[in-house]
Design a protein around this ligand. Structure first.
Ligand code: BTN
Length: 264
């Protein structure tokens, strides 16, 4: 597998020299965090064939069936304060979207903040985690999971209406190794323009963000309300208009889109 991945990463991408492959891990994000704490370099990529405890946002698990998806985390060492990295998850979403398009020719949408959506169902997700040295970000871990070769019966019952795969949506069985390679390459490009090309990254994000213009339900802790999604700001915050016309920025929480299959 590792040879297949490396073969597909173009030689000029220096991250190909720091790719770690594991047949099975608990979570590539957890493994990447261990490596980061032990001094792993910027651009270290952790990929696994299987995760026994794949993690999603808000303490959820991420279904990670062996050989069916891509489970990849990259370590960045941006050496800046966290306020300059607020758009990191959005930038990773753009990279993941481009990688999917590169390998199967179909461009997924992005559902705010970090879900890849194809055919109205969730194709993948992103979990970003930071570690600090004082007020400087010592490491940022971007973890991406994308469903590649699952058929409906591969998803647990509770995900059958919500989740999809590249195979289900395109009829093409994409080799996870080529998607992992494309993700590595796109994340490398994105990292390159992360701080200097923020405007363009966020413009691309907005163009593909399926949430904008939609009626949504926002769930933040125990609070739930309806709103219209209007815009995404430069830091990845979602600007929404409430029923009384007031506007506010949503920075965290779950957003469901009214009418989108499986999301309401
Ligand atoms: C979400 O949808 O809430 C985010 C899912 C992120 C899953 C990926 S799979 C690779 C990396 N390792 C993890 O444990 N999680 C991320």
């Amino acid at each position: 597998m590792i040879q297949n991945i490396l073969r597909n990463i173009p030689t000029p991408c220096p991250w190909r020299d720091t790719v770690y492959w594991y047949d099975t891990v608990d979570s590539t994000n957890t493994k990447a965090k261990e490596l980061a704490k032990a001094g792993a370099l910027h651009g270290t990529v952790v990929i696994a064939g299987n995760q026994t405890a794949g993690r999603g946002r808000m303490g959820r698990s991420f279904s990670s069936l062996e050989g069916k998806g891509v489970y990849l985390s990259v370590i960045l060492r941006p050496g800046c304060t966290a306020d300059r990295l607020m758009h990191l998850t959005c930038a990773a979403g753009v990279a993941a979207m481009k990688a999917v398009e590169a390998v199967c020719g179909v461009c997924p949408d992005i559902k705010w903040a970090n879900d890849l959506v194809l055919g109205g169902k969730k194709l993948g997700g992103i979990l970003t985690e930071l570690g600090f040295a004082g007020n400087i970000v010592d490491y940022a871990i971007i973890g991406i999971g994308i469903n590649c070769c699952q058929q409906e019966e591969d998803f647990p019952e509770e995900l059958k209406d919500i989740a999809t795969s590249m195979w289900l949506q395109t009829g093409r069985r994409i080799d996870p190794a080529s998607l992992a390679a494309a993700l590595t390459e796109q994340l490398f490009f994105t990292d390159w323009s992360l701080l200097s090309g923020k405007k363009q990254l966020m413009d691309t994000y907005r163009q593909h963000c399926i949430t904008l213009g939609k009626e949504i339900v926002v769930v933040q802790n125990d609070i739930k309300y309806t709103a219209t999604a209007i815009d995404v700001d430069q830091d990845g915050g979602l600007l929404v208009r409430l029923a009384d016309g007031a506007e506010k920025i949503v920075n965290f929480g779950e957003v469901s889109i009214r009418g989108l299959c499986g999301y309401v």
